[in-house]
Ligand binder design. Sequence first.
Ligand code: AMP
Length: 561
Amino acid sequence: MLYSELARTYEKLETTPAKKEKTSIVAGLLKKSGEDLERVVYLLTGSVFPVWEKKEIGVAGNLMIRAISLATGFPESEVAGKFRETGDLGKTAEFCVSGKKQRSLVKRELTVASVFDTLRKVCVQEGPGSVDRKISLVASLLSSASPLEARYITRTVLEDLRVGVAEGILRDAISLAFSVGASLVENAWYLNPNYAEIARIARDSGEEGLKKVDLEFGRPVAVLLAEKAGSLKEAMRAYKNFAVETKYDGLRMVIQKSGGRVWIFTRRLEDVTAQFPDVRELALKSLPDGVVVDGECVAVEGERPLPFQVLSQRIQRKHGIGKMAEKIPVRVFLFDLIYRDGLLFDRPLSERREMLERIVIETENFRLADHLKNPDERKAEEFYRDSVSSGNEGVMVKNLDSGYHPGRRVGYWLKVKPVMENLDLVIIGAEYGTGKRAGAFSSFILGCRDPDTGDFLECGMVGTGIKEKSEEGLSFSDLTEMLKPLVEVEEGKRVRVRPEVVVEVAYEEIQKSPHYSSGYALRFPRFVRLRPDKSPEEADTVERIERLFRLQRGRSVTTSE
Ligand code: AMP
């Protein structure tokens, strides 16, 4: 298939907001993809490898500017200028290719296969000179590309495709294109989370083929997710036969062991085996062969769990992993058994837990999650309070009669955590957006008050909760309009504004942070509303943030509804 056909489809998808229409556009493309089917599916999702293969294209904006310059003859400064104007490197590449200053000697038509193969080559470049090789591979694609093709090649390289083919659309498109049930497609994906392969199976072997998809060692599976409960009581009322478990604050780990080998995957399907050699060792000793277990890995100091932020240093680590493992020891709490000589999705949790208790040889740092079966209200509250005051996030309430079904809205697990109080903070700066938000601010620097000096200190950045359109609530452009007259300093994409606008912000947690002048950062901040009734002097202080930070580790818990 020619790449131009894919590029035209991307364009159609970009301008078609309706999910149903998007689905039928994708289905149409899949049907005519022929031998390129898998490549087309990868490219539609903006990647060229499955998530867990850990291969990234690794070309950032500044390198992309060099590649565009190399392919089109525009000086880098001009490309960068055009980028500042459009806020979109895809459009910049399109513009430069259409006004190309140098003709390529050999013009070849790009095919889906040639683009895909070249992008894979870009991914695997390593070692000295790899940056230059990546740039020249990307430039080689751009020099054969039409302007429209250049737009999408650029966005794919930057891993920012923005055509809106979410997983739900792919699932429905595969179902529509090859006349197979959507839930069969989805169930197969849970066990082989790679739509490229699932599409091929659906086309070549239909529903029978999809039903045969099974868990394979060395490949991740999708996991069961929890829903929120308003309170512990509400969660306990949801199930007849339930267990309350500690909700640890760490990294979800699905650990597989087979043939004396161990693999560790995250909930986002990434392979983190290399980063956790200590967990691998523990699993080798504690687990029998041929199992897949589900659990949470937590950084610990003695018995006390440390915040997720500490553990995240281990997740990101690529070098000096052994030393890091010594510096930040971890403990794994297992709470489920997914596979033992076959998939256990249909077995009730009570049975899976019993099996887990039987097969795991527990050690200090590799053990089962605390688990209390059918406690009365008083016992459950005590458990919850203990869990939180020992530094955990809260509790999970789980239906003991239910199976294991990946996904969030399955209603088998409910999480209960203490709610953090909202903060009233002042906007002290902002950053210009890119793409469709070019020209408007897209994220906002939050400040808390230092009561000693009257200054405002940074404590986070918020973009979530602000709407695209004014009809839906306070929008990015509304807020931009409010802030523009307050701009005091411009530093590239960032501006500093006079602290006047007070906003109420919700968040999940407060972390220590060396990046912000207050020394604290809000985790997952979300804009709740403007507080025009408050003056900046009435905003929350750094002392209050400090107090809340201390409270949350040993959080005082209210179990009221
Ligand atoms: P959340 O991320 O807030 O939706 O909560 C769900 C996450 O809690 C899971 O993905 C796990 O990583 C984590 N978790 C911690 N303890 C448990 C537990 N006992 N059972 C299930 N999940 C847990």
